[in-house]
Design a protein around this ligand. Structure first.
Ligand SMILES: [Zn+2]
Length: 97
C-alpha cells in the first residue's frame, strides 16, 4: 500500500510540474520556451523576437501554427544587414593601408 501511495504521489507531482501552456520557439538557433497569454492568437519569443501564430488545442494547450512572416523576415533581413555591414567593415580594414 505504501508503495502504491508513493507511486501515485510521484505521478501527481509529475503532472503538476509539466509545463502547460508553453510552446517551444521554432527558431532552430533559439528553441526557447514561450508562454503565451491565454487565448492569444500570436506570441512573440522573448529570446529571439520571432513571432508565431497560435492555435489552441484546448484552453491550456497552445500550438504554433506558423511564423508571422512579416516580422520574422524583418528580423532575418536585419540580421543579414548587420552581418553584411560587419563583413564590409572587415574587408575595408583588410583592404585599407
Ligand atoms: Zn526564439
Amino acid at each position: 500500500m505504501a508503495i502504491d501511495e508513493e507511486k501515485l504521489s510521484s505521478a501527481e507531482s509529475l503532472r503538476k510540474t509539466r509545463t502547460f501552456g508553453k510552446v517551444r520557439c521554432h527558431n532552430p538557433s533559439c528553441m526557447g520556451r514561450i508562454q503565451p497569454a491565454a487565448g492569444a492568437d500570436h506570441v512573440k519569443c522573448p529570446t529571439c523576437g520571432m513571432e508565431y501564430r497560435l492555435v489552441w488545442v484546448n484552453p491550456t494547450l497552445p500550438r504554433i501554427r506558423g511564423p508571422v512572416w512579416d516580422v520574422n523576415r524583418k528580423i532575418a533581413e536585419e540580421t543579414i544587414t548587420e552581418k553584411e555591414a560587419a563583413a564590409r567593415k572587415k574587408s575595408v580594414k583588410k583592404g585599407g593601408k
